[in-house]
Design a protein around this ligand. Structure first.
Ligand code: ATR
Length: 302
């Protein structure tokens, strides 16, 4: 058994399942993919449900997603997860659900019934994470998203607008990257007030102070020595602060937020919730959340 399979390994069952006691029937595809925590939580859920199948990592190079889907379908896969950089390529190669269409990306695929169907559990997973961590409905919150130009930021921003949050402030280093996102969100017909800012905008401070939930979706905080993405003065004790990064478990932004007295959480809950929703597309009766949380417990310590 391999830690990471390749597109070529999808050539036959004999190759794919060599040395394994159970057939691979679910996977996460991405490039690179070696770091993915998805197999650990999905395998735990499969085992807990008594499904004799493996969930594997497959490194698929850009341009090969359609063919990878075809091979997985031919090999009898139930479905797969899709991660960076394939969420758009996946969307172009399956029947897209209305939710995934609105979010502009596919992260979960089902191969049942001879049709390849694509869904997005990132946005709903974030909503559930906020509910789990803070006990509050995301739909009721005034939200600031820092680094909204990236993939995670766009999914969360769109989810907020779909839910009709009263106010959404999207912030990005390069303001021009927010243009198409804001255009899409304003055309959505939602009641949400949407404001786009750069980090240099003097209004950032005031918009942050007026918000309920501040979310970091940028990559700032991943690397040792990164600064906090937000000036300290933009935080007040009443804020809920969510960082989509989960390694390290406490980013510089979360460290400042904790010192101010804010309630905080990190991306582990989003990872688990999007995973649980994906699993339920494949096994609608399953309740995998607790098992998945336990399987990734080692990450909560950072
Ligand atoms: P993805 O791969 O998810 O699409 P990405 O391109 O790595 O994401 O970028 C994620 C976010 O982090 C972007 O919003 C990016 O800002 P830009 O659009 O301006 O590039 C943000 N980001 C990365 N480094 C940053 C930094 N040093 N300061 C502020 N934002 C930063």
């Amino acid at each position: 058994m391999k830690e990471v399979y390749t597109f070529e390994d999808l050539s036959s069952r004999a190759v794919l399942d060599a040395g394994a006691d159970k057939p691979a029937r679910l996977a996460v595809i991405g490039h690179p993919i070696a770091h993915s925590a998805s197999p650990r939580m999905h395998q735990a859920a499969l085992d807990a449900c008594g499904v004799a199948a493996r969930y594997i990592r497959i490194d698929v190079e850009p341009g090969h997603v359609a063919e990878a889907f075809e091979r997985m379908r031919d090999l009898g896969f139930i479905g797969c997860n899709v991660t960076v950089p394939h969420k758009l390529e996946a969307m172009a190669n399956c029947e897209v659900s209305p939710g995934a269409n609105a979010l502009g990306a596919v992260n979960t695929v089902c191969f049942g019934g001879g049709v390849t169907r694509g869904f997005n559990t990132d946005g709903p997973g974030f909503r559930n994470a906020v509910e789990d961590d803070f006990g509050i409905d995301l739909a009721s919150l005034k939200v600031v998203i820092l680094g909204a130009g990236g993939g995670a930021g766009q999914a969360i921003a769109t989810q907020c607008v779909m839910l009709g949050v009263p106010k959404l402030v999207v912030v990005n280093r390069s303001l021009e990257k927010l243009g198409p996102l804001v255009e899409r969100m304003r055309n959505h017909g939602s009641r949400s007030e949407v404001i786009a800012l750069s980090f240099e905008d003097l209004a950032l401070h005031e918009h942050c102070l007026g918000a309920d939930l501040i979310v970091n979706t940028s990559s700032v905080g991943l690397k040792a020595g990164d600064p906090s993405i937000l000036p300290d003065a933009c935080l007040r004790a009443e804020h809920l602060v969510y960082d989509t990064i989960y390694q390290p478990a406490v980013t510089p932004l979360l460290a400042v937020a904790m010192s101010v007295g804010c309630r905080t959480s990190n991306g582990l809950s989003m990872l688990i919730n999007q995973g649980a929703l994906a699993f339920q597309y494949w096994f609608p009766e399953a309740q995998p959340l607790a098992v998945m949380r336990k399987a990734l417990g080692h990450l909560s310590a950072g």
